[in-house]
Structures are given as C-alpha cells and as structure tokens.
Design a protein around this ligand. Structure first.
Ligand code: CA
Length: 306
C-alpha cells in the first residue's frame, strides 16, 4: 500500500470513529429525559401553533433531543381558566388512556399557567408538576385597564365582545373573550386564587409551598420590555407596559404577579413574547436563551424523578 493510501485510510478511519462517537452521544443524551411527559400549555389569544410553528418556538424539538416526551395541548384561545382547564383535563385523560402515562409535567405560559393550576387543583392525580412562565397570578395591569374602560353594563361591551369572539372563532375553539379578560384582571385573578390556592405565595412578592397534594409548583418571570427592535411584538409589549406606570414587568405581566410555588427566577431580561422564544427567537442578545432555560428545567424535573 502506498504512503498516500495509508494516510487516506487513517483519515477515513478517524472520520468513521468520530461519526460513531457522535451517533452514540446523540442516542444516549438523556439530559431532558423526564419520567413523565412534558405538556406545554399555551396562553390567551394563542394556540398550540403560530404560523405553522410551535407557540413555544423551537422548544419542543430541543427538549425531545434530550430524550423528553413533549406534547403541546391545543385549548380555546379566548376563554376562562375553568373552560380551558376542563379541556386540558380531557386532553390528559385521553393521553393517559391511549399512551398509558400515569402523570404529566405541565408547563403553562401566561394564562396557560392558570389553566395548569386549575387542573392540578381539581385533578392532582394527573399532575406531577406545574410550572408557570410569565403568568399573571395576581392579574395583569393591561386587563385592569380594559375592565375599567369597558365596565359591566357599558353599551360598548357587547360590540367589543362580538368582534373579539368572531376573531377567536376563526382560530378555532370556544370563545368568551371578555369573561376571560375579566379573570386576568387583579380582582378576577384574586377570586380564581381563592378557589384554587395550591402553591400561592405566602406574601405578595414571595414564594409558595413547593409541594401541595404531591404536585410540585414552580414559576419564572421576566422584566424585559423592549428587547429586540426587529421583533414587531416589542411594540405591543412597550404599549401595554405603560399600564404598569414604571413598575417592573414583562410588557404584560408584573414581576411579582408571576410568582407561584418555588420561584425559579423572576428577572429574566425577556418580555412576554421572549418567554416562549418568540418571535422566531428574536430577543436581546444579552438575555438567557429560553430554549436553554426550558432544557435546564426539564433536567431539574428529571433529577427529582418526575
Ligand atoms: Ca421577542
């Protein structure tokens, strides 16, 4: 064999062993391999997908790469926590019956966090953990403003409700938009928490019990508003943020309002949309990567045997 052939063979053998190692490591990556499947629960004015992509942009794929089983529930986008919660119970009961899963790790974004709390409160047998991201547990100031502008009995109320509900029905699902918005106000959120207090913080900006009815409770939130000027959703975050009169918020939800159970972190430099890696990953280059944060949380659940 010539010297050149020997070198070529050595190079090829080296390449093959590198390929074998990388294939093996892909197959054995179990970083996010939780015992129970992860269920992603979308919020208000949303669905499981946006423009054909996951609402939790790129997050399910990256969780799956580490061995997690991931499902995205599709619930009514404009409805109360109870209606959406009952939809989620049906979804989980069905998944349990067809796939044999015993319990689920629920991760709810925004109003999705209230939906997951409802399910954990009324059907704790279905739930291993509840994690809420940027959820208005104490209500959201923009919803308070809408409630003030459109009080009960206002002649404008049925007109606005009709417009929003028509838009909502185009997205599929049942809609009762003003009822849902009422629940996202401070008083609506307080009434909801009175009915379903599991994991409620002991003080207004504190933490709640880590485990209630064998369900673990976690939350995270952020304080970014204008984070990437190329992202058109930054404009809505900036406009809605004005309702906070300078108090820390993510454009839609106040920093302390995001607290529930164990607070993992409440000051990510993310606005409301960045928290699910939208739009298409556009966020501040100096902020944490939501995909990395979701993966790390799945690893936390895995290490707890969940
Ligand atoms: Ca963004």
């Amino acid at each position: 064999m010539s010297k050149n052939k020997l070198i070529l063979n050595a190079v090829l053998a080296g390449m093959l062993s590198v390929m074998a190692v990388s294939t093996a490591s892909a197959a054995t990556d179990t970083y996010t391999q939780t015992k129970y499947p992860i269920i992603l629960v979308h919020g208000f004015a949303s669905s499981d997908q946006v423009l054909g992509f996951s609402t939790f942009y790129n997050i399910p794929d990256e969780l799956k790469k580490g061995g997690a089983k991931v499902y995205a529930a599709k619930l009514s986008g404009f409805n109360s926590d109870e209606v959406r919660g009952e939809e989620l119970i049906k979804y989980l009961d069905n998944l349990r019956a067809t796939s044999g899963y015993e319990k689920f790790n629920l991760i709810g974004n925004s109003q999705g966090g209230l939906t997951t709390r409802y399910v954990a409160a009324v059907r704790p047998d279905l739930v291993a953990s509840v994690t809420t991201g940027h959820t208005p547990h104490q209500g959201a100031a923009p919803a308070d403003l809408i409630k003030a502008v459109l009080p009960e009995g206002s002649p404008l109320r049925p007109i606005v409700a009709g417009v929003i509900n028509t838009f909502a029905s185009l997205m599929g699902g049942k809609a009762d938009a003003l009822a849902a918005l009422g629940q996202l106000s401070s008083s609506g959120a307080a009434e909801f928490t009175e009915r379903y207090p599991q994991g409620k913080p002991a003080t207004a900006c504190g933490e709640g019990e880590e485990v209630v009815d064998a369900v673990r409770y976690y939350s995270f939130g952020g304080v970014g508003v204008a984070t990437n000027l190329l992202d058109p959703t930054d404009l809505s975050a900036q406009a809605a943020s004005l309702t906070y009169l300078g108090k820390p918020n993510d454009g839609i939800v106040g920093q302390c309002s995001s607290h529930w159970g164990t607070v993992l972190r409440d000051d990510y430099f993310w606005n409301h949309f960045d928290s699910v890696n939208q739009t298409f990953g556009l966020r501040s280059m100096f902020s944490s990567n939501p995909v990395t944060v979701y993966r790390a949380h799945a690893n936390r659940l895995k290490n707890l045997g969940l």
